[in-house]
Design a protein around this ligand. Sequence first.
Ligand code: TEU
Length: 541
Amino acid sequence: MPAQRSEPWPMGPGSPRARARRPEPWWSDAVFYQVYPRSFADSNGDGVGDLDGITGRLRYLEALGVDAIWINPVTVSPMADHGYDVANPRDIDPLFGGMSAFDRLIAAAHRRGIKVTMDVVPNHTSSAHPWFQAALIDGPGGAARDRYFFRDGRGTGGALPPNNWESVFGGPAWTRVVEPDGTLGQWYLHLFDTEQPDLNWDHPEVFDDFEKTLRFWLERGVDGFRIDVAHGMAKPPGLPDARGATGVLRHTDDDPRFNRPQVHAIHRDIRAVVDDYPGAVTIGEVWVRDNARWAEYVRPDELHLGFNFRLARAEFSATAIHDAVHNSLRAAALAGATPTWTLANHDVGREVTRYGGGELGLRRARAMAMVMLGLPGAVFLYNGQELGLPDVDLPDEVLQDPTWKRSGYTERGRDRCRVPIPWSGEGPPFGFSTSAETWLPMPADWAGLTVEKQRADGGSTLSFFRRALQLRSGRAEFDGDDIEWLTAPRTAVIFRRPGGLVCALNAGKRPLALPDGELILASTASVDGQLPPDSAAWLAT
Ligand code: TEU
């Protein structure tokens, strides 16, 4: 910690690290804060957030009490999918400030005791990646095509895609190329956008290059990686047709595009590399529903952590929340792994809106934050969650997510949850940028949600999150890696941690009698022995 640190908020009792026994390793109970770099803070006035913007706001994150940040992709990219189309995995895009800005961020974050994890994208590259450009030039049968999935089409003249797979963003998962001789030729596979060709992980150079990338960033000081589409990479031999149609931005466990058994060998190879760097963590994006199949990804020699989207998919009902928590814990326990919790991210949207929006959505979001932060394991907050930001209804003409176009303008995509963060002032760009032309427009009615306003208000969502994080890291009641379900009415969820914390959620319509214990935090102001609907409470016992 730097000596000159000046706290924007007063530090209360139970400051970070005061807890009796912090479990090892560091990530096993960490609060990760997901920074969507385009939208966090813009340091150079181009309307797009950048790495120096993050560095400039580290004091805010430290005061909030997060242990680590996860930054969405910042490597060199044409930005067809905002960085998930990587053209050079071992350099930082100038849009985000280049390599020197990345080094500054790591050094500054570490000085404040904040770990830095970055996104890596092994399933695909950008179509601008030199490998893909070489594959285009090489022509059919050329060795350079073997790093991707180039296939002849079906039907007369090969005019139809090689199989019936759809892109996650809509439309076919195949695009036909113009061959070097000018004729229409082979097709290549892209589970996401046309600009994101899938890599062939059976090609030895693909892993070798990925290993280089992992070591490159670990040597530069990163503390770990969020692994994009960790349930992807391996493709079934022969690329068989999928049974039935697949929906936009979702898939099932038996979808041939994902979750193939061969993917686990890849994860074991990745783990062997990361194990050379003690303390480094891998967090896989694992969109797999079945407990046993999900658990395979977090076996001791695979990923350290797997994202768990059950809470993000659960409706606001006691049964759904209980089941999501129960299955999450069960799945992690199957592999002896640490559970993880996520309510929102840059894909699934913001929970305030999911829970009904407005006052109601915010009440429920605060209540669910306490459920999540009351559970054992690692937690992922999405930037702006601590401000209670909702999704934004954006006009058609500003939408940028490739899903909008690829779905034939039927799915509006994910821009709604990627709007820049409001820091200060009374109108857009709310201190996010010096430019009024932010990459997505900011709603004028966010004036009451700025960090500046919320910091000054003890009852704000920001103050609430800060207090919750402080208690979570400071109090021994949060010890222990298990929970016990306590008897509760049908519309409530109550659990107890071995350290003594009791967390109660009232998802019903009537007030709930509070369980015994000393009330240490409530998501709603008016708690007097009775927990109001759409609220949660923490009690020390
Ligand atoms: O998402 C992968 C992915 O599978 C999701 O699109 C998922 O299907 C969907 O969100 C379910 O609602 C990752 C990144 O998180 C996403 O932002 C990228 O666009 C995608 O990979 C491609 O790299």
